[in-house]
Design a protein around this ligand. Structure first.
Ligand SMILES: Nc1ncnc2c1ncn2[C@@H]1O[C@H](COP(=O)(O)OP(=O)(O)O)[C@@H](O)[C@H]1O
Ligand SMILES: [Mg+2]
Length: 219
């Protein structure tokens, strides 16, 4: 897969062949710039590869147009980013509820309250992102990702902007919710503690899969 234009064009992913089972937790690891985020975005239908097949839940994402891809993501994928990506002008509750409302879910605000309770934020519903700590913002982002109950969760360095303790609490929630919901989890991480919790890790280097390993040994 190539990204960028003209002289800035870079060959980001090369000969990547990766199959992930339903319910698996897979860690994508490797040096900065190796293509982990790009691979994650291709698998989530947020970036389009220029060749190959990307089959998720029985659909080849390469065949879908922008609108169909957006619907596909809405039904199947929950996404968590390193930098939270909350909407600053919306409260915690609105950040979770409004996307549900836009998806046509009738009891969006009730569902959002439940999801925020799950991540331990019942007492922060009316707070704006700027009034929340990093860990709290990531909890809101996690509640937003979980709220539609997607079968697939993808997370791009979800603990990357958090201190160790806060990151560990987010990782705990992420894996607990993944297990409880039987979701598939794909997580890009530099955080060894997080990678160790995955069923399997895939190491990327210079756009290629360099190695695959089962669960890493505990520390
Ligand atoms: N939109 C883009 N245009 C051009 N190059 C890009 C673009 N996005 C990423 N890249 C390049 O692709 C490579 C892989 O990036 P990325 O997937 O973000 O790596 P990682 O997440 O492993 O740090 C990097 O060399 C990066 O500079
Ligand atoms: Mg990245």
């Amino acid at each position: 897969m190539w990204l960028g234009r003209g002289a800035a064009r870079v060959h980001v992913l090369k000969d990547v062949d990766l199959a992930i089972d339903r319910g698996e937790a897979v860690g994508l690891v490797g040096p900065s710039g190796s293509g982990k985020s790009t691979l994650l975005m291709v698998m989530a239908g947020l970036e389009k590869a220029d060749s190959g097949r990307v089959e998720v839940a029985g659909e080849n994402l390469m065949d879908l147009g922008e609108d169909a891809l957006a619907r596909f993501r809405g039904r199947h994928i929950g996404i968590v980013f390193q930098s939270f990506h909350l909407i600053p002008t919306m409260t915690a509750l609105e950040n979770v509820a409004v996307p549900l409302e836009l998806a046509g879910i009738a009891d969006a605000f009730d569902r959002a309250r439940q999801e925020l309770a799950t991540v331990g934020l019942s007492d922060r519903l009316g707070h704006y992102p700027a009034q929340l700590s990093g860990g709290e913002q990531q909890r809101v982002a996690l509640a937003r990702a979980l709220a539609p109950n997607p079968p697939i969760l993808v997370a791009d360095e979800p603990t990357g902007n958090l201190d160790e303790g806060t990151g560990a609490a987010i990782a705990e929630l992420l894996f607990e919710q993944q297990r409880e919901r039987g979701a598939t989890l794909i997580v890009v991480t530099h955080d060894l503690a997080l990678a160790r919790r995955c069923d399997r890790t895939v190491r990327i280097r210079s756009g290629r899969i360099e190695a695959e390993a089962g669960a890493l040994a505990p520390a």
